[in-house]
Design a protein around this ligand. Structure first.
Ligand code: NAP
Ligand code: ZN
Length: 352
């Protein structure tokens, strides 16, 4: 299938227009005409080769919202014209223990296949949402409640990665009434984590390196804010958190965060800096602390998260941008100069 989008041709090349072929749709596939795509920091890590597992040319983008323009003969959930959303993965085995528990992202038989920068079991490459269309198996396409008004659709796009990546661990570790929860890094993931933890009824404290974000954090639902560069600010909360979700994209001090956990507390990483992070074992022994990680979430939970957001009026805080400014947007994300997620308008890609 002919497609058009923006691709990086190498890890040092800027994103530029690219015509390419996608796989043809089969009986279980949905073809989505893409309206909006969020810019995740993972797009930047991968397009710049920071994780060292990059396939070029690369069309990034895994926060995708659009409309169904064609369906395969076996598709049940969608009809042409429906709204649809695609997130971070587009294939898994669907029969291993983890897939059967609706945890496709942890597929133990060949693994989950990413929406872009990956290879399907058929040997074909995947290309993401910085494009006019995408072909995805129905199982990996989500419905969007009509409770999301049209005007809210661009801001719903980041839910497909930043949303589920923070919703899933907050649910898994029981963020809710009576729990003290920390969110580290007020970026794309962090600001949605803050909204979720607040909506779930936890006492939420935002950790930030940016003094300029303190007021915003409070408006977004933080009961308190820790400026991580200020030792006094950290000292006040030492040993008091049940759960901390670390959404930081760059290397940072893990021991300082572990020290904030109370007995049996957990620090969960969702941020993926390009270099290993060091941990002092004594930081874990004290208070019998746990260090954990979490990857996006399963398809059932992603749908649950989207429906929760529609019911509770939760979307991302976004800045709309266009493809001619996508490279500038990348620079601004790396500098932390966006409140709090860029979303690309894909309509221009269809008018080529
Ligand atoms: P982002 O919008 O750039 O936000 C990252 C935030 O981290 C920044 O806003 C900043 O917050 C903080 N930060 C940046 N540099 C820092 C430093 N040197 N020290 C301490 N804090 C720093 O990125 P994002 O899109 O939210 O993604 C965050 C990370 O999650 C990325 O590494 C991404 O690849 C990863 N990710 C993981 C998954 C998963 O499944 N686990 C899914 C999606 C993304 P403050 O200004 O508040 O300090
Ligand atoms: Zn992402």
């Amino acid at each position: 299938m002919k497609s058009f989008g923006y691709a990086a041709q190498s890890k040092s090349a800027p994103l530029a227009p690219w015509h390419f072929d996608r796989r043809d749709p089969g009986p279980t596939d949905v073809v989505v005409s893409i309206d909006f795509c969020g810019i995740c920091h993972s797009d930047i890590h991968q397009a710049r080769g920071e994780w060292g597992r990059d396939l070029f040319p690369m069309v990034p983008g895994h926060e995708i919202i659009g409309r169904v323009i064609a369906i395969g003969s076996d598709v049940k959930k969608f009809k042409v014209g429906d709204r649809a959303a695609v997130g971070v993965i587009v294939e898994s085995c669907l029969h291993c223990d983890n897939c059967r528990k609706d945890l496709e992202v942890y597929c133990s038989d060949g693994g989950a296949v990413d929406t872009y920068n990956a290879t399907l079991r058929s040997g074909e490459r995947t290309y993401g949402g910085y494009a006019d269309t995408i072909v995805t198996p129905e199982h990996f396409v989500h419905t969007l409640s009509p409770k999301f008004k049209d005007a809210a659709l661009p801001a719903a796009a980041p839910l497909l990665c930043a949303g589920i990546t923070t919703y899933s661990p907050l649910r898994h570790w029981g963020a809710g009434p009576g729990k003290k929860v920390g969110i580290v890094g007020l970026g794309g993931l962090g600001h949605l984590a803050l909204k979720f933890a607040h909506a779930f009824g936890a006492h939420v404290v935002q950790f930030t390196t940016s003094a300029s974000k303190i007021d915003d954090a409070k408006k977004l639902g933080a009961d308190d804010v820790i400026l991580t560069k200020d030792p006094e600010s950290l000292k006040k909360h030492t040993g008091s958190f049940d759960f901390i979700l670390d959404c930081v994209s760059a290397p940072h001090d893990m021991d300082a965060l572990l020290g904030q956990l109370k007995l049996d507390g957990t620090l969960c990483l969702v941020g993926l800096p390009e270099v290993p992070l060091s941990v002092q074992p004594f930081s874990l022994l004290a208070n019998r602390r746990s260090l954990a990680g979490s990857a996006i979430g399963g398809m059932k939970e992603t749908q649950e998260m989207l429906d929760f957001c529609a019911d509770h009026n939760i979307v991302a805080d976004i800045e709309m941008t266009t493809y001619d400014k996508v490279n500038e947007a990348y620079e601004r994300v790396v500098k932390g100069d966006v409140k709090y997620r860029f979303v690309l308008d894909n309509s221009a890609l269809r008018q080529r």
